[in-house]
Design a protein around this ligand. Structure first.
Ligand SMILES: NC(=O)c1ccc[n+]([C@@H]2O[C@H](COP(=O)([O-])OP(=O)(O)OC[C@H]3O[C@@H](n4cnc5c(N)ncnc54)[C@H](OP(=O)(O)O)[C@@H]3O)[C@@H](O)[C@H]2O)c1
Length: 299
C-alpha cells in the first residue's frame, strides 16, 4: 500500500490536535506532526519540533519528509496581542507561510492553509469566498497577507477560511464551549457580547473538510463554518440550555464595552455553499456537537 505523506504544522494547537488525532488513525497515511514545543501533547506520534521563525528548519523538515500534503494549522492567534507584537505575528503568519510555500514547491506538495473571517470588516457578513476582504485589525491583515503569499507562490494550495472554532481540545487552553460550561457550572457570572455574529465551527467538521480537500486535491479558497448563524450571546444561551446550566449567569454586553486593543468584525460568518456542493461538506447540528463534547470531555 502506498501511503500518503501528510505533514501537520501546528499539531499542538486546538485544530492541530484534532487533525493529528484523525490522521493518526488512518492506515494509508504516513504522518509527521510538528509544533513549537519540544514534545507532542499526544504520545506515540511521529513528531518533530519546528519553529516557524526559522527558515532553515522549515526547509529541512519539508525536505526530509517530502510530504504529499502539508496542512498548516499553526498561527500567531492572539488577536489583541497581534496589535502590539506586530513583527512576531507577521513572522509566523506571513513570512513562515512564504517559506512553507517555497519549500513545498520543490516537492510538489499540496499546501492546505487555514485562514480566518477576520480578513473581513464585519460590516455586511456573512461572507462568500468571492467577497472583498478588508481587515480591521493587524491579525486579520496578517491572515489576508498569508493568503496572498500562497496565491502568488505558484505552489498547489487551498485556503480554508473558518470562524469561531470550538470542540474537543484535550490539551492547552479550553475552547469556548468548555469555558462556558466550566464557568456556569461553578456559578460564575460571564459577560458575553451580543453584537458579534458568526457561524461557530466544530473542529471535527473542519477536520473532515480538510481531509476531503486533500483527498480530492481541491485547490482555491473554501469557507468552512457551522450550520447556524448566531450571536455569541445566542450561542452561549444554547450551550447553557443543552448542558442544563443557569442562563441567568450570562450577561449581555456590547463588544465596545470590552475596550479590547483589536477591533472585531461584528456582522461576520462564512457561507459554506461552495464546500457543500463541491466536497459534500455537511456540518453537524450544534446539538450533536455538544453531545460529542459531553461524551469526550465532560464524562
Ligand atoms: N480558533 C479560532 O476560533 C479560529 C478562527 C478562525 C481561524 N482560525 C485559524 O485556524 C488555525 C488554527 O487555530 P487554533 O485555534 O487551532 O490555533 P492555536 O490553538 O492557537 O494553535 C496554534 C498553533 O501554532 C503553533 N505555533 C505558534 N507559533 C509557532 C511558531 N513560531 N513555530 C511553530 N509553531 C507555532 C502553536 O504551537 P505550540 O502549541 O507548540 O506552541 C500551536 O500549535 C489558525 O490558522 C487560525 O488563524 C482559528
Amino acid at each position: 500500500m502506498i501511503k500518503k505523506r501528510i505533514l501537520i504544522i501546528g499539531s499542538n494547537g486546538m485544530l492541530g490536535q484534532r487533525l493529528a488525532n484523525y490522521y493518526n488513525e488512518l492506515p494509508n497515511v504516513e504522518l509527521l506532526c510538528t509544533s513549537l514545543e519540544d514534545e507532542s501533547y499526544m504520545p506515540k506520534l511521529q513528531y518533530a519540533k519546528l519553529n516557524l521563525q526559522n527558515k532553515q528548519e522549515i526547509k529541512k523538515t519539508i525536505g526530509n519528509f517530502y510530504p504529499d500534503i502539508i496542512i498548516n494549522s499553526a498561527a500567531y492567534t492572539n488577536v489583541d496581542k497581534s496589535e502590539s507584537e506586530r513583527e512576531l505575528a507577521w513572522n509566523i503568519n506571513v513570512t513562515a507561510v512564504e517559506h512553507i510555500a517555497q519549500a513545498a514547491k520543490a516537492f510538489d506538495s499540496h499546501v492546505i492553509h487555514i485562514s480566518s473571517d477576520y480578513i473581513f470588516d464585519g460590516l455586511n457578513g456573512p461572507y462568500s469566498e468571492a467577497d472583498k476582504p478588508n481587515p480591521i485589525g493587524y491579525y486579520g491583515r496578517t491572515k489576508l497577507a498569508s493568503e496572498n503569499a500562497l496565491k502568488t507562490s505558484g505552489v498547489d494550495n487551498t485556503i480554508i477560511r473558518t470562524n469561531v472554532l470550538y470542540g474537543i481540545a484535550k490539551y492547552g487552553r479550553p475552547d469556548f464551549v468548555k469555558w462556558v460550561v466550566d464557568s456556569l457550572s461553578s456559578g460564575r457570572e460571564i459577560n458575553i457580547v451580543n453584537d458579534q455574529i458568526n457561524n461557530p465551527t466544530f473542529t471535527d467538521d473542519l477536520v473532515a473538510a480538510i481531509n476531503k480537500i486533500g483527498e480530492f486535491k481541491k485547490l482555491g479558497v473554501y469557507n468552512i463554518g457551522g450550520p447556524e448563524f448566531l450571536s455569541r450571546f445566542e450561542f452561549t444561551i444554547k450551550i447553557a440550555g443543552w448542558f442544563n446550566l443557569d442562563k441567568k449567569l450570562i450577561k449581555q454586553i456590547k463588544t465596545a464595552e470590552l475596550n479590547q486593543p483589536a477591533a472585531r468584525p461584528l456582522k461576520s460568518g462564512l457561507i459554506t455553499l461552495k464546500a457543500e456542493s463541491e466536497i459534500g461538506y455537511k456540518p453537524m447540528p450544534i446539538e450533536d456537537t455538544f453531545r460529542i463534547m459531553k461524551n469526550e470531555i465532560f464524562k
